[in-house]
Design a binder for this molecule. Structure first.
Ligand code: GLC
Ligand code: CA
Length: 546
């Protein structure tokens, strides 16, 4: 929400909408925390993910006092505040880097990764490529060495093997914790440390067999293709990601977090398999509090794909660890559009039910609650460097970053002037004002579900167990969520047809607490078999013992 009508969302805008997020009553969304993408000073080559000052708010978003007010107003409403910790790299305009590149003898030279060129042709030190496009090395004319960047050349990688860097970042973490933030999201933490002797990465075709096996095993579609072709780097990140030292760094972070009770962390750690990613929780829960499992963002619309994916993740997680679940974020096409077809709305409800009933902390991406769709932008409208480079092959990430749709007006109620990105499609029907008054809307469903969830211990902290039913297992995904005396069965019908489902136990009796179909009659007791309508999802409360 843009408070001063310059077309860019800002902190005062957010403050004005906190009551929508949670005002303590069931007419608000009822969320408990906000993860903010970075609002620190940044020249915005990668929309905030290139930070030039970790201790200041970018003036476009407000003043430091606005941040303090936001923190206070959020806390008043029992909303925790999670900020984005982007410390694999800084901006090339960060004073640390300016100093580092000023001379080979600068005291900060070793804060970044500098190397000589190779051979007569002065080629880059190795074959590593950055994630966006081209080599991961850029030549610095003045000091005649290459520096490393896993993303844009405007995002030089910090040298995490340098203890001074660790200390400086530790200070940044403490700085924000001292002001009262509640946690951090750790940007690309699998990239922090690099192979000490900087070996070449294997090229994708040397690893294609391995990748193919994974594609077949995972039965995931997009992720499979991405893996198979190792796009867009055309190589496997064997030596510039997931180095063992990363665990030490995360342990260091965790010990700082532990000095501030109640602090949480969630990692953006991507990797080939669930075990690897789960390893960042630490062998004795001494690394990340949570990590996203990105596999779930790349599945086909198949009940079994979701079931297998979650089973793999649950199995890989060390005992006592806590999942983080997200179906959309600022880097990928919005879920409702990924799974869009004429049944988009019904699918959106099913996804929301799943998101809010899986074990762990659900992350709702802004606008997901109103089924906001991916915008199709023209070349001229793009801002994201990824889209600008790859268009039309890849349109970048702007399509999921368009203004929140507060109402059906010209700029969706986000701003009075033209926003930095155009508004998305169908804003006349998909906006907060319209959907708030419609009891059958996804927004009303989401609110109801979030508030209901708060009162169901089995959903908040119960065990997870998926069930397979021979007859409908291909079409439905079911799981139990269970605490000592509460047993819930969540059943999600991914198919268009009615499906008969069986609650566990021949004489089981249950009651429907909520259904994605607004007109389901919740009164009657349910016995086996129970009929789910096409694309319907339900929470059944099962009668337990005496
Ligand atoms: C993460 C962020 C993404 C950013 C990249 C580089 O993947 O989510 O938006 O471009 O890191 O910082
Ligand atoms: Ca503004």
């Amino acid at each position: 929400m843009d408070s001063n009508n310059d077309g860019i969302g800002d902190l005062q805008g957010i403050i004005s909408k906190l009551d929508y997020l949670n005002n303590g009553n069931h007419d608000s969304l009822g969320i408990d925390a906000i993860w903010f993408s970075p609002f620190f000073e940044s020249p915005d080559y990668d929309y905030g993910y290139d930070i030039s000052n970790y201790r200041e708010i970018d003036p476009r978003y407000g003043k430091f006092s606005d941040f303090m007010q936001l923190l206070e107003e959020a806390h008043k409403r029992n909303i925790k505040v999670i900020v984005d910790l982007v410390v694999n790299h800084t901006s090339h305009l960060h004073p640390w880097f300016l100093e580092s590149r000023s001379s080979r003898f600068s005291p900060k030279r070793g804060w970044y990764i500098w190397k000589d060129g190779q051979g007569k042709k002065n080629r880059p030190p190795n074959n590593w490529r950055n994630h966006f496009f081209g080599p991961a090395w850029t030549w610095d004319e003045k000091t005649e060495q290459y520096y490393l960047h896993s993303f844009l050349s405007e995002q030089p990688d910090l040298n995490w093997s340098n203890p001074e860097v660790r200390e400086a970042v530790g200070d940044v973490i403490r700085y924000w914790l001292d002001f009262g933030v509640d946690g951090f999201r750790l940007d690309v933490a699998h990239h922090y440390s690099k192979d000490p002797i900087m070996r070449n990465n294997p090229l994708f075709f040397t690893g294609w067999k391995d990748s193919l096996v994974k594609v077949l095993l995972d039965r995931t579609f997009l992720a499979g293709l991405m893996k198979l072709f190792a796009l867009p780097t055309m190589q496997i990140g064997k030596y510039n990601q997931h180095q063992p030292e990363t665990h030490e760094i995360l342990k260091g972070f965790r010990s700082i977090f532990n000095e501030y009770p109640g602090t949480t962390s969630v990692g953006e750690i991507m990797g080939d398999n669930a075990e690897l990613i789960a390893s960042y929780y630490g062998s004795s829960n001494d690394e990340l509090h949570m990590n996203f499992y990105f596999e779930i963002l790349h599945l086909r619309w198949k009940a079994a794909a979701f079931r297998r994916c979650i089973e793999r993740w649950e199995k890989a997680l060390p005992s006592g660890s806590w999942p983080a679940n997200a179906l959309s974020n600022h880097d990928i096409m919005r879920a409702v559009s990924r799974y869009n077809n004429k049944r988009g709305d019904k699918r959106a409800r099913l996804l929301m039910l799943m998101l809010l009933t899986l074990r762990g902390t659900p992350f709702i991406y802004y606008g997901e609650e109103i089924a906001m769709k991916e915008a199709k932008l023209s070349r001229e409208e793009l801002r994201d460097p990824v889209g600008l480079k790859w268009y039309p092959l890849h349109k970048g990430r702007d399509g999921c970053r368009t203004p929140m749709q507060w109402n059906g007006g010209k700029y969706a109620g986000f701003s009075k002037s033209e926003p930095w990105l155009p508004v998305g499609p169908d804003i006349k029907s998909y906006n907060v004002r319209e959907m708030e008054s419609d009891l059958q809307s996804l927004l009303s469903f989401t609110k109801k579900l979030i508030w209901m969830r708060k009162g169901l211990p089995a959903l908040l902290e119960g065990e997870y167990k998926s069930l397979i039913d021979k007859a409908s297992g291909r079409h439905c995904y079911y799981y139990l969520r269970e605490t000592g005396d509460q047993k819930l069965l969540i059943c999600l019908n991914f198919s268009l047809r009615r499906q008969e489902i069986y609650m566990p136990g021949r004489n089981a009796v249950g009651r429907v607490l909520i259904s994605t179909l607004y007109d389901r009659d919740l009164k009657p007791a349910i016995t086996n078999p129970f009929v789910l309508e096409g694309l319907e999802g339900c929470i059944l409360k099962l009668q337990t013992g005496k």
